[in-house]
Design a binder for this molecule. Structure first.
Ligand code: GAP
Length: 556
């Protein structure tokens, strides 16, 4: 990046053309030419020099750039502890109550983490609700009528078993079906069964208060409101109701950073159908590792195949399950997650929740192994029939085809924890770039917490004024950062590390040509864009509507 520098020597002005270059990871400034004592003349000369330079881009530099980016095609593998440390250092996530020693299972999101979390929710809602005709949303209360949890079975059947490793003293939770294998092992002690439900007293006087719970899943609010929403939103089966919100579980052993927390958020859909109806939607053409219950029982390895082929081969029993698994995978992949880190795994019979007849998980290869990222359960009409029974209310809806009232079935319940999605997007975008000697968080621009950083690269009020005007304008629409301190190399590095996809620089030419340079985080390629078009171009770049190279005049 070349720029004009004015030096005052014995009250006289001298102009130079300088260039910042990264040498061995450090940014060094080199003088390219002396431009004389007259400002206008200096600007003319600089332009001439730079135009000639642009005509013959340095092939060596271009090759080196290409090579540098090629060596970093896969995300850098890091441990969950390293990710937690990075998130803290950069202001994404902090341990809750850290100044008092921390509070296990609770996390606070900093300014960047909050932006990322909000962007994940926004993209999920857009894809699952706004862009579809058949799904509407609700926002239910966190503390609900205690009968809801009796009806759902959570009050009695939502149970974790606490096991202690006598050798290491490590405590961990297992499901009921797994407890047997620990009972016969000398090394472990099965401490007993515990409910992960947080109880609370509703009402100021404890003796008169009503015992209720903080919801352990958002789903039940969808069931208890089902009939009202169905009628008010004029839904027709097949259709879904979606919700994003907090859930709470008194986990025996919260661990692995955000993976298992006591307070977390879920994004859930209950998808209702008339029993037996076929899925009318095309199954997205997605290939992934498939691990059926049968393969697990026979100690076989999972196999890579298209999800629709797994349905054809009978590994996935229902077309709706294949459709939702492929749709959920598609959502992750379109936001830049890496396909190699995903697999779908069917629950074994003894692993199923009390409400489900068949469940497949979308699993992710976390640094601590393959684990559930999202559960997709067939809940049948368990929940609606339980709520009918406990409330005494008719929750059936009128079916136009048979002219009868029917109780719909939940054929699939895609249920995803935001914190787990947060981990996926962080892990799949974390690259240590050897050439740059810094981390480049190659996050999809739609998710990136900061969409653009604006830097004046020449000091002085004229440049800063333009920069501030640009920032003010862009801030009407995007989260934009203004950075005027430190070397240009440091400013790029700071933004690479927090995933800012575009850095906008204001230089000598910006004054004359009313344009700026936009630098692509991943390729370091730069384009020249007119200030007046900047907001529109940025919007298109974030939405992936234009290729970076076509968005402005490319230069090396
Ligand atoms: N309504 C169904 C349900 O809640 P689940 O498998 O218990 O099913 C769904 O939870 C998703 O919620 C999980 O796949 C995970 O993404 C997230 N989740 C569950 N427990 C969590 C915890 N303790 N911390 C963070 N996320 C959690």
């Amino acid at each position: 990046m070349a720029f004009i520098v004015k030096k005052n020597i014995h009250d006289k002005e001298y102009y130079y053309l300088n260039e910042n270059k990264r040498v061995d990871g450090k940014v060094k400034t080199k003088t390219l030419a002396y431009l004389g004592k007259n400002k206008k003349e200096a600007e003319r000369k600089a332009k001439e020099i730079l135009t000639n330079k642009k005509k013959q881009p340095d092939q060596k530099i271009l090759k080196a750039l290409e090579l540098e980016e090629k060596t970093t095609e896969k995300p850098t593998e890091i441990s969950i502890e390293e990710l937690a440390a990075f998130c803290k250092r950069k202001g994404f996530v902090y341990q809750s109550g850290e100044i008092y020693g921390g509070f296990a299972g609770f996390w606070d999101f900093g300014h960047l983490g909050t932006e990322l979390k909000n962007n994940i929710k926004k993209e999920w809602w857009k894809f699952h609700v706004l862009q579809r005709e058949d799904i509407v949303g609700i926002d239910g209360s966190i503390i609900t009528h205690p009968k809801i949890w009796e009806a759902s079975g959570h009050a009695d059947s939502f149970i974790d078993v606490l096991v202690v490793d006598k050798k290491t003293k490590e405590k961990f939770k297992v499901d009921r079906f797994e407890a047997e294998k620990y009972k016969g092992d000398q090394r472990f002690e099965v401490k007993g069964e515990f409910s992960p439900m947080f109880t609370i007293n509703v009402g100021p006087i404890i003796s008169d208060s009503i015992k209720s719970y903080l919801r352990p899943e958002t789903a039940q609010l969808i069931f208890s409101n089902f009939k009202a929403v169905y009628e008010n939103a004029r839904l027709k089966l097949p259709c879904g109701i979606a919700q994003i919100g907090k859930a709470f579980r008194n986990e025996i052993a919260p661990r692995d950073f955000l993976f298992r927390a006591r307070e977390f958020e879920q994004m859930e859909i209950e998808y209702f159908i008339k029993k037996g109806i076929k899925c009318p939607y095309d199954i997205p053409d997605k290939e992934v590792l498939v691990y059926s219950a049968e393969a697990q029982e026979q100690n076989k390895e999972p196999v890579v195949m298209k999800i629709k082929h797994a349905l054809e081969k009978g590994m996935i029993k229902k077309d709706w399950h294949a459709y939702w698994l492929a749709t959920e995978l598609r959502w992750f992949l379109e936001l830049g997650a890496s396909r190699d880190n995903f697999r779908i795994r069917q629950h074994l019979k003894n692993e199923l929740s009390h409400y489900s007849s068949d469940t497949w998980d979308l699993e992710y290869k976390f640094p601590f192994g393959w684990k559930e990222l999202e559960g997709i359960a067939d809940r049948g009409n368990f929940d609606l029939s339980q709520h009918e029974k406990f409330s005494g209310k008719d929750l059936k809806v009128f079916d136009e085809e048979s002219k009868e009232k029917i109780l719909p079935e939940v054929i699939c319940e895609p249920s995803l924890g935001i914190e787990r999605a947060f981990l996926v997007f962080m892990l799949d975008s974390y690259y240590y770039n050897k050439g740059r000697e810094n981390i480049v968080l190659r996050m999809h621009p739609k998710l990136a917490p900061v969409k653009a950083a604006v830097f004046p690269i020449v000091k002085g009020p004229k440049f800063e004024k333009i920069a501030e005007k640009i920032v003010k304008d862009l801030k009407q629409e995007f989260n934009v950062l203004y950075d005027k301190s430190g070397s240009i190399g440091r400013r790029y590095a700071r933004n690479d590390e927090i995933g800012t996809p575009f850095c906008i620089t204001i230089d000598g030419d910006s004054l004359k040509n009313e344009d700026v340079t936009v630098r692509n985080r991943d390729t370091k390629k730069q384009i020249r864009v007119k200030i007046i078009e900047l907001k529109d171009i940025l919007r298109k770049l974030i939405e992936n509507e234009i290729k970076f190279e076509k968005a402005g005049k490319l230069f090396s």
